[in-house]
Design a binder for this molecule. Structure first.
Ligand SMILES: Cc1cc2nc3c(=O)[nH]c(=O)nc-3n(C[C@H](O)[C@H](O)[C@H](O)COP(=O)(O)OP(=O)(O)OC[C@H]3O[C@@H](n4cnc5c(N)ncnc54)[C@H](O)[C@@H]3O)c2cc1C
Length: 292
């Protein structure tokens, strides 16, 4: 079976794991032919890198392309899969040959392992981090130039987090809003309190999904991990995936209208009430204490 391995560098740990996975896959599939490894040369642009993988598949017709289950590996392979109209098995932990082969993959942030049949002309697979132990590399990846025509989509500028001055990672106070804030405009009071406390604004995924705040503000498993002195969670229910991002906080103050909300199980301090009434009250007290 001819197998290509997309690597992010010759010594990159997750790429070496992908290479090991590819060798095991080739062996399990019969012939044990050594996979060919490649890196993509050029400034990172997801669509261009995905196009490069698709072009390589067109030129070399491998049976499988394996990539690391890193953010970049998953992104590039998702683009390649979309271009080729093929399925992608992301974050895969195991492969069993067959017609079609069976893959096991990590779903829902690690809370579920799913087995699926992979019906595809070219098997596109990313390997879940640490699903296999990396062996010595043994191959020097070929540097393939990124497909030029798609490079026009390369980012020209990176815009920092929206919380003026203090970043989420560094802030000693984070004031975070959830669905309970109700709207993008509702974040004015969150911003005001963060400003008074020289802190940063955070939010839950419900908020970024609604388009009220940018993804750079999201705290959680698929957002930023924060470890402030004080984390103020306003209108956030306390889902596991959110708590994964703020469990490093020294103290947690929860403000929630529902006294049964699971966030209170993690809180050092709790206020049961409407955040639209509680937060202006806290801001007013801070101003009064400062004589403003
Ligand atoms: C793979 C995966 C990854 C995920 N990653 C993340 C992640 O990184 N970060 C993240 O946050 N989530 C993540 N999620 C989503 C997560 O499971 C929850 O759906 C999300 O955190 C819920 O956001 P929320 O608490 O704002 O909304 P809800 O769960 O809807 O809670 C809203 C809360 O607001 C309260 N409320 C309503 N009105 C008021 C009011 N006026 N005053 C006070 N309280 C009020 C309600 O009582 C409720 O407790 C992920 C999910 C999956 C499956």
């Amino acid at each position: 079976m001819s197998v290509l391995v997309l690597m992010e560098g010759a010594d990159d740990e997750l790429s070496l794991q992908a290479l090991t996975f590819a060798r095991e896959l080739a062996q399990a599939s019969g012939d044990g032919a050594e996979p060919s490894a490649f890196t993509i040369d050029g400034p990172y642009a997801p669509a261009a890198f995905g196009q490069t993988v698709a072009d390589l598949i067109g030129a070399r017709a491998p049976r499988a392309v394996i990539a690391p289950g890193s953010e970049r590996g998953n992104e590039v392979m998702a683009h390649a899969a979309a271009i080729l109209d093929e399925p992608l098995s992301a974050n895969t932990t195991a492969f069993e040959p067959g017609d079609p082969p069976t893959v096991t993959r990590v779903r829902w942030g690690g809370s579920l392992l799913e087995q699926a049949l992979l019906r595809a002309r070219t098997l596109l697979i990313t390997v879940a981090p640490h699903a296999v132990a990396a062996q010595a590399p043994g191959v020097m990846p070929e540097a393939v130039p990124a497909s030029g025509h798609a490079l026009a989509l390369a980012p020209t500028e990176r815009v920092g987090a929206s919380s003026g001055g203090v970043t989420l990672e560094e802030a000693s106070v984070v004031v975070s809003g959830g669905r309970g804030v109700g709207s993008a405009e509702g974040f004015a009071i969150i911003e005001e309190l963060a400003g008074l406390l020289h802190g940063a604004v955070g939010c839950s995924r419900a908020v970024t999904s609604a388009g009220w705040r940018p993804h750079t503000d999201q705290v959680g498993q698929t957002g930023t991990k924060v470890a402030p002195e004080l984390y103020i969670a306003c209108g956030i229910s306390g889902a596991t995936q959110h708590m994964a991002g703020c469990k490093g906080a020294k103290k947690l103050l929860a403000i929630n209208a529902d006294g049964e909300a699971s966030i209170f199980a993690h809180a050092d301090y709790g206020v049961v009430g409407d955040l639209h009434a509680v937060l202006p009250g806290i801001a007013a007290e801070i101003r009064k204490a400062r004589g403003a």
